[in-house]
Design a protein. Structure first.
Length: 238
């Protein structure tokens, strides 16, 4: 992992929560049906956070409960508390990486050093698409955490309306679709090219072929069963 990426994710180990949070997952972790262990950068007793296969903006990550709950109301009180404590932790980590307390380093480009900001030095979109009709494409509760950086990815003007929500509901925000595409690519690489038909028989004109009746097909099946029974009997006598 590049130094700047490692420094980003190692930030989660600092502070009082270091004992209960870890950046190293133990065992495989699944996001819905997808194995995402290599994408996970934070684990807690009930939650995990992962980098997004299809981020809408720099720093767009997901925070999920460990259990594959489909809806937010299924989480227990301790799980819900842990989930949003993890969200806060991720916010602080992203702010320290992306947000600058001074106007001299306010952009979304790659950093050679940490911006060392706080959440108050920028803004965040925190969103949950709770159910398929709300745009959820992976049936596993997940919280979108998206940093909005001054002079780069922040809204240009204050007030209502934000393109990020339209993007989240469009193909560019289709997290489930992107994960599905990735798994299909792996499958194609493992299986190789799709087999093509070949070794055809001489052409038979369609006019010479006629659909068979159910009775004809049943009779043929019975004939084959009878032949198999005769074979079995002959093998026993041999």
């Amino acid at each position: 992992m590049p130094r700047k990426s490692a420094s980003l994710f190692n930030l989660i180990l600092s502070g009082a929560q270091k004992r209960s949070m870890s950046s190293q997952p133990s065992g495989s972790i699944h996001f819905g049906p997808f194995e995402v262990t290599s994408q996970v950068f934070l684990t807690t007793s009930h939650s995990f956070a992962l980098v997004n296969l299809k981020p809408l903006l720099p720093g767009h990550v997901l925070v999920c409960p460990r259990k594959p709950y489909r809806r937010l109301t299924e989480l227990t009180a301790p799980e819900l508390t842990d989930l949003f404590q993890a969200v806060q932790r991720v916010q602080r980590m992203l702010a320290r990486y992306y947000f600058s307390p001074s106007p001299t380093n306010q952009n979304g480009d790659s950093h050679d050093v940490l911006a060392d900001g706080t959440p108050e030095d920028g803004s965040f979109n925190i969103a949950i698409q709770d159910g398929a009709e709300a745009g959820q494409t992976v049936s596993h509760v997940h919280v979108h955490v998206i940093p909005r950086i001054h002079g780069s990815t922040a809204k240009e003007t204050p007030g209502p309306g934000d393109q990020i929500y339209e993007s989240m509901a469009a193909e560019e925000g289709n997290v489930g679709g992107a994960l599905w595409d990735r798994e299909m690519k792996k499958l194609r690489l493992r299986l190789g090219a799709r087999p093509e038909p070949g070794g055809g028989f001489p052409s038979i004109e369609d006019s010479e072929r006629h659909p068979r009746s159910v009775e004809e097909m049943e009779a043929e099946a019975k004939m084959f069963r009878d032949v198999l029974e005769e074979m079995g009997a002959a093998e026993k006598e041999a």
